[in-house]
Each structure stands twice: as C-alpha cells, then as structure tokens.
Design a protein around this ligand. Structure first.
Ligand code: SF4
Ligand code: SF4
Ligand SMILES: [Zn+2]
Length: 533
C-alpha cells in the first residue's frame, strides 16, 4: 500500500512525507492520485451543478476511488447518483463550457509546484527504471529492443524512459490497434508518430470486425474476454513471432504491480512464457499512478487527451473490464459508438429474456454474462459422440457441420494426413506418425455426411488422444477464423489468411500446443459453451 501526503504550505500532494520545497511533513491523504485537468473540472462542475469556474482556483486530484482531493480535503463523489444523469444533456451543457487560456497557465504553475515538491521521488523512480533497463540490456546486445506502445500513459512513460536510457530515438515501437480504440488514442498515436519521426513504428491490427463477431459469439464479458485474444494479443504476438523467429527480442512493457492483485507478484525482467526468444522488461513495475503523472508532467510529455477529460485508463471503449464510470464518460464524449453498442447490448439482453434489459446493461450486469445464452450459434461447439460397438479405441461423432476436406486440417497437429492411404470410397483417411510414418489414427466419414468414425491405432494414452480429437472436432465445428490458434502456434504453422483454417504440414512439429490451448479446443466454442452444455 502506498501513501500520498498533502503539503499544507505548498498546497500540493506529496509522494513522500517530507515536502521537497518547504521541508515540512505532509498529512497522509490517499494511497494514490492523478491530476484532475481543467477539462475534467468543467465536467465535474456540470455534473455537480456548480457554477462554471467553481474548481478553477482549486487544486483538484482524483484518488482513484470515489473521492476527490480538493485543496487537500477529501470529498466524496457519489458516482452512482451522477451516473443516473442523462449523458446527452451533460454533453450539451459541456459544449457551452470552455477552458480559458489563463486557467491553463495557472494549472501549469500548480503542476510545476507539484514537480518541484516531489523532485526526490521523481529522481528515485527514474533511477530504479534506468537500473532495470540497464540490467535487461546486459548480455543482450544482439537482441532487438522494442517498446510495446498502447497509447496510454504507462507506455508513454516507458517509451520516453527507454529512448533516454538508450540515448537513441530509433528504438522500435509496436502498437496493437484493437480497432476499439478511443478517438483520442488514435489522435495521440498519430501525433506520436509525427513528432517522433526517427522512431520506427510497427502497427498490428486484426482483420476481424468486432461487431460482426459479437453478433456470432455474443459480446465479451469479464469471464470471457475473447476480444483480447482476437484483437490485441493475437495480432501483436503474430508480429512478435515474425521477428523472434530470426532474432531474440527485448520488449519493454508498461506493466505495473499496482494495476491489479494478479500483477502484484510480477517481476521486472522475465522470459516470455509464449514467445521463446522474448525477454519481457517492465521498467515501471513498482510505480503508482502518482509516479506516472509526476514523470509525464515533469518531462512535459505529450499524452492521450482522454486523461484530460477524466478517463483514468484508456483502452478499448467496449471492454467489459472498464468501470461503469468509464462507460458513462464514453457515453458523454463518444456517443457515435457508445450508443450503438449500448443498443446492441440491450438487444442481447432482450434475447436472453432479461426482465429489465436497460437496467441489465446500465448496471453493468452484462459484463457477468456467461456462455452463449441467447445465441443461436451456441450449439455449434457441442461435440456429440458414442463408443463404437465393442471397439474401445474407436468413437463415432455426429457432427454439427458436414464433413469436408477442411476437416483434415484439424488432424494435422497429430501427424501427417495421408488421404490416399485409406479406402477412399469409405472416406477413410490415415493420420501417420511424422517420424515413423506408422498410422496413429484412422478417420472415416464420407464428404457431405455428418457421421465420423475415429479410431486410435497406436497411442500410449488412448483416452487423452481421444480428448484431443474432441478438441479438434470442436474447432472444426465452431471456427470463425478468429486467429486465436495461429497466435498460439510457436512455429507459425497455422494460418487463416486464405479465408480457411490451414496448417502447414511442413512447418508443424506436432507439439500439440494449439490443440487444447483454449481448454475446450476453440476459443469461440469455449465462449459459446453454456453452463448446461
Ligand atoms: S479454431 Fe482456433 S482460430 Fe478457429 S475460432 Fe477456434 S480458436 Fe479461433
Ligand atoms: S502448435 Fe503449431 S507446431 Fe504445434 S501442433 Fe499446433 S500447428 Fe503444429
Ligand atoms: Zn511544501
């Protein structure tokens, strides 16, 4: 738990008890803070029905909870009540408010004082970050260095720290455009690229349409954040894999322990569990929000404007992990996509038979949705099979999708698919051990029919192999080419580029990593699985 103090003489928050200017001890006021910019002050004035300019001369900070720190006094903010207000009306009122230039100058003066009072904390956190970067680079001079850039405040800081530590602007940056970025993020990224034109900048982007996938597999929820794999980690790791196949890489992230309990045990330098040749470095792992803002404001760095308007985090606007407050802000500032999204969520709630669909959406209950409730596609992932007579090593599947050539691709992780080896009239195909060319599996089912017989010919563990076959059948039935599988394969053997799922048999080493990565075999089928099924 960190501590933030208030200096009563200098009227600014302190990251250490002793003030760097007057040397008096401050009073503990919070565990973390972020500045409330003049633009957010206007919003608060409108929401709280104060006259315009009420907060103008006040030093206002957000404590990352339901409290504001106003001139050193903690004041509760009833967000639940404020969120009942009509976002459209707030938007109209805000249009009539403005931030005068002299207020911006006063704000800058206050920021300068905040920086001077906290110079020691700033120096310490910088030294710690530079030490981490130095240690990471030791013995890794042949690695390609890159910054994972999200357009948020943390990666803004990491980018600046890394370029300073390397004394070089040309450290590669990679930005994963999730296609669900706030317009402010896109504008900031464009400014960043223009201003840092000596910094190489790679962008990865999923070719999927978020809304189309939502129609098929339902909106993401907190337990089923399928969108992360498809729109963020998938495209980024494909880009990383492409680079790491030839070189080892050192990737700098803005990961911080204070962001979540899950991250509390993270280390500053680790080997990536997925991309074997990637070392992950988190120079600001121990920083809290106050350190981040102190750094950005002291270095006068450009940053994402969404923070000025009151967003404490910037990420995808549709993310089920966003707070209700963030959702409310999105409705005020970006109705062009938040309103159609809300309407879609209400439609899903209606299909699910929710008694009060609007309440279900506005209260955030939609984020707890599980499985494929309310979706006709839910049944597709179901795998139905029965044992074959008295042969304990064989099963007959009744598929939800008729047999086609495409089915054989999903058997390639087990071995070489030998179509000509079996009796073609019966639709028999052999799967051979890559090294010995001995049969492992025999599958049998005629094109266009739904009955598929799978027999294990040779395996030390028939039950496990059958489970794996289930996973691949599930993939065949539910695949919407989400790119999840291709981002899992360490050898880049899986592709969906030609509009169909293909595995390059030459590249595949039968490591089976792709088979059960998403528990049931397929991310989409996992998402669609209802509790009952
Ligand atoms: S089979 Fe793989 S690529 Fe296809 S939808 Fe499932 S997880 Fe995505
Ligand atoms: S992860 Fe790649 S190499 Fe491994 S079995 Fe799957 S396709 Fe083959
Ligand atoms: Zn002071």
């Amino acid at each position: 738990m960190s501590d933030i103090f208030w200096c009563n003489n200098c009227k600014v928050p302190l990251l250490k008890k002793e003030c760097g200017i007057c040397h008096d001890d401050g009073q503990r006021v919070a565990s973390d803070i972020r500045p409330v910019f003049p633009e957010e002050k206007r919003l608060l004035e409108v929401l709280l029905e104060y006259e315009e300019g009420y907060f103008r001369d006040k030093s206002v900070w957000d404590t990352n909870s339901n409290y504001l720190l106003i001139d050193g006094v903690t004041v509760a903010l009833n967000k639940g009540k404020l969120m009942k207000l009509d976002p459209g009306e707030i938007r109209l009122k805000l249009k009539r408010c403005s931030v005068p230039d002299d207020e911006l100058i006063e704000f800058e003066d206050n920021v300068d004082k905040f920086v001077r009072c906290n110079q020691n904390s700033l120096n310490e956190s910088e030294i710690e970050a530079f030490d981490i970067i130095k240690e990471a680079r030791m013995g890794r001079d042949k690695h390609i260095s890159m910054v994972s850039f999200s357009g948020g405040k943390d990666s803004t800081v990491v980018s600046d720290l890394v370029r300073r530590a390397y004394a070089n602007q040309s450290v590669l940056h990679i930005f994963g455009d999730t296609t669900l970025e706030l317009p402010d993020t896109q504008e900031y990224v464009a400014r960043f690229k223009k201003f840092h034109n000596k910094t190489p900048f790679l962008e990865s982007r999923s070719h999927h349409n978020f809304r189309d996938l939502c129609e098929q597999i339902g909106p993401p929820s907190r337990v089923m954040r399928w969108c992360c794999t498809i729109f963020k980690t998938g495209p980024i790791s494909q880009t990383f894999d492409g680079i790491s196949r030839t070189k080892s890489i050192l990737t700098y992230y803005g990961i911080r322990k204070s962001e979540s309990n899950q991250r509390a045990n993270y280390k500053a330098i680790t080997q990536s569990p997925k991309v074997t040749k990637q070392t992950v470095v988190s120079p600001i792992i121990n920083w809290i929000d106050a350190n981040i803002w102190l750094y950005i404001l002291s270095r006068k760095l450009d940053f994402n404007d969404a923070y000025r308007y009151g967003f404490s985090r910037v990420g995808c606007w549709a993310c089920p992990s966003n707070s209700l407050w963030a959702f409310f802000l999105t409705r005020i500032y970006f109705p062009e996509f938040s309103e159609p999204w809300r309407e879609f969520l209400i439609e899903v709630a209606v299909t699910m038979g929710k008694p009060d669909p609007e309440e279900y959406v506005d209260s955030g209950n939609w984020k707890a949705r599980q499985g494929g409730q309310g979706l006709t596609t839910a049944y597709k992932g179901l795998v139905t099979s029965k044992p074959c007579g008295d042969d304990p090593d064989a099963k007959t599947y009744t598929l939800t999708k008729p047999i086609s050539e495409e089915l054989y691709e999903y058997f390639k992780p087990f071995g070489d698919v030998a179509i000509g080896r079996g009796r073609s009239l019966l639709g028999e195909v052999f799967i051979l051990n890559k090294h010995t060319q001995e049969p492992l599996l025999v599958i049998q089912g005629r094109t266009g029919t739904s009955e598929l017989r799978v027999k294990v010919v040779s395996s030390k563990n028939t039950i496990l192999l059958m489970h794996r076959v289930d996973c691949q059948i599930r993939k065949y039935q539910s695949c919407v080419l989400c790119s999840g599988c291709s981002s899992v394969c360490p050898l880049g053997a899986i592709s969906d580029k030609a509009g169909r799922y293909t595995i390059n048999q030459e590249k595949c080493v039968n490591c089976l990593k792709c088979v059960a990565h998403f528990d049931t075999g397929c991310l989409v089928s996992k998402v669609l699985q209802t509790r009952r099924s």
